[in-house]
Design a protein around this ligand. Structure first.
Ligand code: HEC
Length: 177
């Protein structure tokens, strides 16, 4: 069959339209991630270091979340490992860590250890194949993430780290500290 010019023009038009749709659809379907309120009192260097670390935590947590949700017990234990492999920020070590230390409240280091403990617990509980205990251990870990973010989300803007609403008094656990 001979393709007429009119058909050709129509086909080109349709192809262009599909191309346009294909080009538009991914842009529209990219999900916008909600963000933590920027911790304005942290210097750029500290923020940069933490941002990279947090991107890795977020990735690990997504993996842990989905595997928990579908009761992939072995997978949960595996997905915990990247958080456990993350080096702990010490109070004194490299120059960049010193900058961090100076800017981070003591509670940051407490929660950093808690994150490790709760990840380890989740990793230990997962192979027991008990959905209830798995859900609890997952919840505890998630609370630790939230507790630390709470330090930054709830600082009084003018009060600084020791301002009247410093969250040392109340964590996401609901427990007084
Ligand atoms: C010891 C404290 C601490 C713990 C624990 C912690 N975070 Fe964070 N997180 C921070 C700080 C501080 C920031 C802000 C960094 C910045 O952007 O300046 C942050 C930021 C983030 C962000 C970026 C948010 C944004 O606005 O882009 C993500 C995502 C994140 N954390 C995920 C996690 C997950 C998941 C966990 C638990 C597995 C976790 N964090 C545990 C301190 C912590």
């Amino acid at each position: 069959m001979k393709i007429s010019k009119r058909h050709m023009a129509g086909a080109v038009g349709i192809a262009a339209a599909i191309g346009g749709i294909v080009w538009l659809v991914p842009a529209r379907s990219i999900r916008r991630e909600p963000h933590l309120q920027a911790p304005a009192h942290l210097p750029a260097l500290a923020r940069g270091l933490l941002k990279q670390r947090m991107a890795r935590h977020a990735e690990a947590m997504l993996d842990i979340t989905w595997r928990t949700l579908v009761l992939d017990y072995g997978g949960v234990a595996e997905a915990c490992q990247p958080i456990l492999d993350e080096p702990q920020l010490g109070r004194v070590s490299s120059e960049s860590a010193d900058v961090l230390n100076a800017e981070l409240p003591a509670r940051f280091f407490v929660l950093q250890s808690e994150l490790r403990e709760r990840t380890r617990l989740l990793q230990k509980v997962a192979p027991e194949r008990d959905a209830g205990r798995l859900a609890d251990a997952y919840g505890q870990l998630f609370r630790t993430c939230m507790s630390c973010h709470q330090i930054y989300a709830e600082f009084p803007p003018a009060g600084g780290p020791h301002g009247p609403r410093a969250p040392e008094h109340q964590s996401a656990d609901g427990a007084a500290n």
